[in-house]
Write a protein that binds this ligand. Sequence first.
Ligand SMILES: C[S@@+](CC[C@H](N)C(=O)[O-])C[C@H]1O[C@@H](n2cnc3c(N)ncnc32)[C@H](O)[C@@H]1O
Length: 195
Amino acid sequence: MDQQFWDDRYGTKDRLWSGAPNGVLVVEAADLPPGQALDLGCGEGADALWLAGRGWLVTAVDISQVALERAAAMAGDAKVSWTQADLTTFTPPAGSFDLVSALYFPLPRTADKALDRLLAAVAPGGTLLVGSHDLADVPPHGEFDPHDFYQPDEIAERLDDTWTVLVKETRPRVSAAPPGTEHVNDVVLKARKKV
Ligand SMILES: C[S@@+](CC[C@H](N)C(=O)[O-])C[C@H]1O[C@@H](n2cnc3c(N)ncnc32)[C@H](O)[C@@H]1O
C-alpha cells in the first residue's frame, strides 16, 4: 500500500469518498477549542476542511499526491497545509498538535516506531482521535488483511499514564458506509494527553 497503490486507487474515480467530514470527527471534535490539528491520512480532505472551517490550523498529511491535489482544489480560501508524506517514516513536530486525528488511516503494524512518533505529536492537553472500521465488518480480501494494521484497541494499550482515555468503544457508524462497503460499526479511541 505505497504511494502508487493509493494514487492508482484515487485515480479510479473523480471522487473516492463522500466529501463530507467523518461522523466520528464531527461527534468527537465539535466541542474542542480550535488550535493546531494534524490529520493523518487525510485523503480528499473533507475532515481537514471541516476543521479549518471551525478555526483550526490544520496540517493534513497523505501519501497520495492525487488525493492531496483533489483536496487542495476543494479548499478554496481555507488555509490547510497539505503535506505529501509517508506516515510510516514521517516525523511530525513533537508535542505540537492540540488534535491528532487518524480516521480510517491504515498504519501497518510493521511501522512500530512510526506509531510512537505520531502519538508524540500530541501537545500537552491535546486530543488523540482514532477511528477505524470494526474488523467484524472487514473480512480479509485479496492481499489486504486488516489484521496487518494497528487497531484502536492496540493503540490504547500503547498509551501510558500520561494519557487519559476518554472514549474506547465500538459503536454504530453515524455516517453512511462508503459506497461498495458494508461497514456497520466504528471502533473509536479518544484520549487526552495530560498537561
Ligand atoms: C481509507 S482512506 C481514509 C481517508 C480519510 N481519512 C477519510 O476518512 O476520508 C486512507 C488514507 O490513508 C492514506 N495512506 C495510506 N497509507 C499511508 C501512509 N503510509 N502515509 C500517509 N498516508 C497514507 C491513503 O492515501 C488514504 O488517503
